[in-house]
Write a protein that binds this ligand. Structure first.
Ligand code: FO1
Length: 321
């Protein structure tokens, strides 16, 4: 079975580990979000691609869900000693190697998709990881800074990590998306898929950014195969991260049903909500999207595998409908 998954960061990566366990013989292609990418110290850092690669490749810092395990921060300390920032983004020594290799290959003229393939040669994640685009797309967020009251547009990572999303996101803009093209293999993978999954990733800055690359949303809508998503919102709050902060920016209430309606029945055929949101199944089905309430707390690998199996089961129900 050929499965295509649109993945963001931590939630997406953990779901993928469950999907691999639930569907061992599946051929999984991951279309990774690159809107979180940031250029630091002359290096290109791709947080969501690295989180998928490290999580499935066995190198992830499990508690954080990002960065490498067994990390040290000598390089970061030395840069700080030179007064070279930013200090708020925790790049570890092992992680720096990934960004150096990536930047070296990009400078040699390789596209990001080829670089990602090369990095995955080492990590062997067991999925094909393709960036949504080889073109530069970076999410920026309009905020009113708490101390100065000044309205500013800042990089997503500064909003997410330095500000901890402590102020409302007034606008979320994937800069460059309009001019970007799907990376080689993205549209082909969607066209050849037997099922397409939206894991519990951030619907605005992760999956929303992937869908903002011209051609991807249309390809999924036209794929003619079941598209099933899992709600990242449980009981009106995001399971992890601060999805509710950016949902407000796009006028979407922080509920499992509102996120499904945000994607729309033109895109989604099925939607899994957590059992605590069972009362919302009717509203999602009224939007033309098949809905089931199942446990969605991805507390461990077995829980993630159960969720993946539920998503694949719903996909078959939709296919047979
Ligand atoms: N998240 C944090 O909350 N603090 C950090 O210092 C931080 C550093 C970091 C370094 C590399 C990387 O790949 C990810 C990193 N993240 C950090 C996570 C990152 O902000 C998020 O994983 C994604 O951008 C959102 O999905």
């Amino acid at each position: 079975m050929r499965i295509v998954v649109l993945a963001g960061g931590i939630g997406g990566a953990r779901f993928l580990r469950g999907l691999q366990q639930a569907s061992r013989d599946a051929d999984i292609t991951v279309i990774g979000n690159t809107g979180d990418d940031i250029h630091l110290f002359g290096l290109k850092v791709c947080p969501d691609l690295d989180t998928v690669m490290y999580t499935l490749g066995g190198g992830i810092n499990e508690e954080q869900g990002w960065g490498r395990t067994d990390e040290t921060f000598h390089l970061k300390e030395e840069l700080a000693a030179y007064g070279v920032g930013p200090e708020w983004f925790g790049l570890g020594d092992r992680d720096f190697a990934t960004h150096i290799v990536r930047t070296q290959m990009l400078s040699a003229g390789f596209p990001l998709s080829a670089v990602t393939e090369a990095l995955c040669d080492r990590w062997k994640p067991g999925v094909r990881l393709i960036p949504m685009s080889d073109d530069r797309v970076e999410t920026h967020v309009a905020v009113t800074l708490p101390d100065s009251g000044e309205r500013k547009v800042i990089h997503f990572q500064e909003y997410w990590v330095r500000l901890r999303a402590s102020v409302p996101a007034e606008a979320v803009v994937p800069v460059g998306a309009e001019q970007s093209k799907p990376a080689p293999g993205v549209l082909e993978a969607i066209a050849e898929a037997d099922v397409i999954l939206f894991p519990p990733s951030n619907p605005v800055v992760s999956i929303g950014t992937i869908l903002a690359v011209p051609g991807i949303r249309e390809a999924i809508a036209d794929a003619g195969v079941p598209v099933v998503g899992l709600s990242p919102i449980v009981g009106d709050a995001p399971v992890r991260g601060m999805a509710d902060k950016v949902l407000a920016a796009v006028g979407v209430e922080s509920t499992a049903a509102a996120v499904a309606e945000h994607y729309g029945s033109g895109l989604l055929d099925g939607w899994l909500v957590d059992t605590v949101d069972a009362s919302t199944v009717e509203r999602v089905e009224a939007a033309g999207i098949r809905c089931r309430a199942v446990p969605l707390m991805m507390s461990d690998l077995d829980a993630a595998a159960r969720m993946a199996r539920e998503a694949l089961t719903l996909a078959e129900e939709v296919r047979g409908a």
